[in-house]
Design a protein around this ligand. Structure first.
Ligand code: NAD
Length: 424
């Protein structure tokens, strides 16, 4: 654990969390040090400063990053995050997680991630558009349908992807539909992309509940984060018959042991001037840290990194944790969760539904042939179920938890490709 709080970054370093799991899996696999060192280091780190004219006429310079971790399995893929907490080590960790995630679900992509240090909630639409176009221009030699393909992440969505598509297409002088995924439907987006990550979390939850012998209609669930991943995970898990007893977002947590009507909460946020749960009254207000230790069977952290740590892991009451967010559990919390017998479906498996449907979107863009929502759901559910079963089997084979099993499956796949390609 590194204290980098002096730079305004969080106390935990997600890159160290990622590396500690990577090292454990590499040791179990007995992977040659030389290959491990290639897989550890990102292929490319790009840092840019983006000047933006703000609405009041002043010029502000924003720091932007793109880290390409690997391109061994295919073009690199990964979202772009807009947040004041963005820092280089976070982007490096998120890029590596994308490599492992694509390998776990067996899709032909490497891993990348981007980020801009900004507060999108305090910026106007025009400022966000100028920032996104400036970032795309700076990354014109990094992005490309066969090179590096961005997507949404925290603080970004369909609108930012549409601007990236437009700016990149102007630079190239032709429409480049496949350069970005998570686009609006009318601009070559895929059916089912918006729900894809939450849907994958639901499929993982369903598979894990079955392994634990817990009936969904008798289970309760708490979800942290109520953005794209959290709200849709909550909605789809509730459709399995699970009672959602707690939800939360940046405004705090809301607890109701009788169950929360998730659709009503989604409608509340859509109509709220702050686009948050602030003022939501269908549950007792609790803090985001108390939310994590509420009594429940399933806990879905779907907000941000470093939420379940050595400090609170012992107090967690859930029997199952399904990681919707990237890196919500720090490495020092893993042994505590293990000792409590909590089954953790790790981020690189549980939230891989998003990149899976991003891949489907890219395939459709290249074919110029678009699938029905039913086909997207069916194929994505099958990918997620197979990946879950594969990782679960590896956890039995190597006698490790599902997180290390997922890293083993992923690293083994990328390392064997590297050996075959023999490019160094
Ligand atoms: P989002 O911006 O749509 O939503 C983030 C949510 O977290 C919001 O409800 C916000 O209020 C809440 N939040 C922010 N800070 C919080 C805090 N301190 N405590 C509690 N809640 C807080 O983002 P998203 O796309 O839903 O992404 C959430 C997580 O899922 C991130 O870790 C992201 O990397 C990961 N993820 C997203 C996708 C995707 O397709 N969007 C795919 C895979 C993984």
């Amino acid at each position: 654990m590194t204290d980098i709080s002096s730079k305004g970054a969080p106390q935990y370093n997600p890159l160290e969390s990622m590396m500690s799991r990577f090292n454990e899996a590499v040791n179990i696999l007995g992977l040659d040090d030389h290959f491990a060192s290639v897989l550890k280091a990102p292929d490319k780190v790009v840092m840019v400063n983006i000047p933006v004219t703000m609405d009041d006429g002043t010029i502000k310079v924003f720091e932007g990053y793109r880290v390409v971790h690997s391109v061994h399995l295919g073009p690199s893929k990964g979202g772009i995050r807009y947040s004041m907490d963005v820092h280089l080590d976070e982007v490096k960790a998120l890029a590596a997680w994308m490599t492992w995630k694509c390998a776990v679900v067996n899709i032909p992509y490497g891993g990348a991630k981007g980020g801009i240090k900004c507060d999108p909630r305090s910026m106007s639409k025009g400022e966000l558009e100028r920032l996104t176009r400036g970032y795309t221009l700076s990354m014109k030699d990094v992005f490309g349908e066969d090179k590096d393909i961005p997507a949404p992440d925290m603080g970004t969505g369909q609108q930012e992807m549409a601007w990236i598509l437009d700016e990149f297409s102007k630079i190239r002088g032709q429409n480049s539909w496949g350069v970005v995924t998570g686009k609006p439907l009318v601009l070559g987006g895929s059916q089912g992309r918006v729900e894809a990550t939450g849907r994958g979390v639901m499929v993982s939850t369903r598979s894990a509940l079955a392994k634990l012998g817990i009936k969904s209609t008798e289970a309760t669930c708490v979800v942290q984060g109520f953005g794209n991943v959290g709200s849709i995970s909550a909605k789809l898990i509730s459709k399995l018959g699970v009672k959602i007893v707690g939800i939360s977002d940046i405004s705090g947590g809301y607890y109701n042991p009788e169950g929360i009507d998730v659709e009503a909460a989604i409608a509340f946020v859509a109509n709220s001037p702050t686009r948050s749960l602030e003022g939501f009254t269908a549950g007792e207000k609790v803090s985001n840290s108390d939310l994590l230790t509420l009594p429940c069977d399933v806990l879905v952290p779907a907000a941000m990194e470093d939420q379940i740590t050595a400090e609170n892991a012992a107090d967690i009451k859930a029997k199952l944790i399904v990681e919707g967010a990237n890196g919500p559990t720090t490495a020092d919390a893993d042994p505590i969760l293990n000792s409590k017998g909590i089954l953790v479906v790790p981020d690189i498996l549980a939230n891989a539904g998003g990149v899976t449907v991003s891949y489907f979107e890219w395939v459709q863009n290249r074919l110029g042939y678009y699938w029905t929502e039913e086909r997207v759901h069916r194929r994505a559910d099958r990918v997620m179920k197979m990946a879950f079963d594969n990782v679960y089997a590896a956890s039995g084979k190597y006698k490790v938890n599902m997180r290390i099993a997922a890293y083993i499956v992923a690293i083994d796949k990328v390392a064997s490709t590297l050996k075959l390609r023999g490019s160094f």
